[in-house]
Design a protein around this ligand. Sequence first.
Ligand SMILES: [Zn+2]
Length: 138
Amino acid sequence: MTEITTEQAVKHLDYLLKANRAQERERKRDKKIADAESANREFYSRMLPKGYIAGLGRDYPHPRLAHLYKGDIDDPGLPMCKRGWNRDNGTSYSIWRNNYGRDGICTVCVKRAFKGLDGVKPKEYQDYEGMDPEEKDK
Ligand SMILES: [Zn+2]
């Protein structure tokens, strides 16, 4: 066995310390995100109109915003804004049902749900019925 010099030991301990700090920062960040998602779940489950379900795009890292879908856990139905179509160039979606982003739910979706509107069709069929003109590009 080769002796480890003091210099090597110090260098390695320094490396471990930095790695631990990085891990701790990552753990705190993950906890912050989980806390925010949980607070949003609590908030939205009380204020959302019935008949809509939140969906978070199945991407990693998680998208910050969830979208609403007019449906339920078994059949989410149509998304409430075009960004809810998050796959295949706006023609399909893949979501974690009942999941809320760290920044909550897209305001276009929430506003439209409070107006009791239907979901939006896939890209090629969208007509933006009932949507404010300035929201068309969101
Ligand atoms: Zn949306």
